[in-house]
Design a protein. Sequence first.
Length: 367
Amino acid sequence: MAKLTREAVLAALSTVQDPDLHKDLVALGMIQDLEVGDDGAVTGRIVLTTPACPMKERIQREATEAVAAVDGVSQINFTMDAVVAKPTTPQGDRLPGVKNIIGVGAGKGGVGKSTVSVNLAVALARTGAAVGLLDADIYGPSVPMMLGVASARPAVDEDRKLIPIEAHGIRFMSMGLLVPADEAVVWRGPMIGRAVQQFVEDVAWGDLDYLIVDLPPGTGDVVLSLSQAIPMSGAVVVATPQDVAFADVTRAVRMFGMLKIDILGLVENMAWFHCPDNGKDYPIFGQSRAPDHCAAMGVELLCRLPIDLAVSPAADSGRPIAVDAPDSEQTKLYADLAGAVASRQEILNHKRAKRSELKDFFRVVPS
Ligand code: ADP
């Protein structure tokens, strides 16, 4: 029998593609610490670009199967790991330790934007990612209550930076500290833009894979200035099934487009109610046309969430549904949403990196 070589193992692994990035694992540099023993034992790490990758099991299985087919392999052990990439954003890099800043916006208030922000942050943290949450909804800062930290005040470190409050596995900071809600109504866009930029930089976030930003609703000058002040790598928009909610969210999508912030996709919240008594689903806010609306806007429909009677009481008690009911359908949908958001961001980052490589290439190759 031919001796097993490292080259043969790498050749097998280069037949396995990352389904999101459409490139093989070896070319993507995802195979690390590969060891090929004389006894045919193969070990290594597969390093994904996000721990929330929904394709994790599939990639591990396909890599193991590909290597198992190589002559001379006696055993295989691939451990799964992840290092989140840091994209470049139009606003530049003002928060060096923070890799991806994802804004959560909505056309109007009351659609569940803060609920989605909080539970998305918790669901991302559950995958092992380092996650922060910034409550930037200065008009109705409900997140401190949802996290059960309404009376907590952040401490200041030796560099005079604010230390985020730890809650449910995420690092949290509220702009309510900068702008009390009753004063927020008189704040104007440019004023808040500068103050927010300073505020965000004055927080000791540490190293974060994802910072979720709960933005104010609408497309007024405050949210516009905020979106310019915070270097966002992507945005998620939230709407309820009504056509008017989609009309409003279209404006939000256009605003992010103007600011060159890529939309990762849309979450349709309160899409239906499942009646536990008769097992029927009721479209309380009307029959959803979310797929059509999303197609018209050129935005991906990331997730549809039902009305769940446990969501509000959980939030009011300071325990988001993803924490309070870990085995519920709603929590499962949030886990799927976390995977979808992370993989959309990963694809975008990959495309951006390729584009800047191409730019560099044309810069060095004389025409
Ligand atoms: P927004 O940030 O858009 O103003 P919130 O997140 O504060 O909206 O949500 C508004 C209300 O709706 C809250 O009481 C919240 O608990 C409730 N809510 C949000 N999503 C759901 C859902 N899927 N099922 C039931 N109640 C929900």
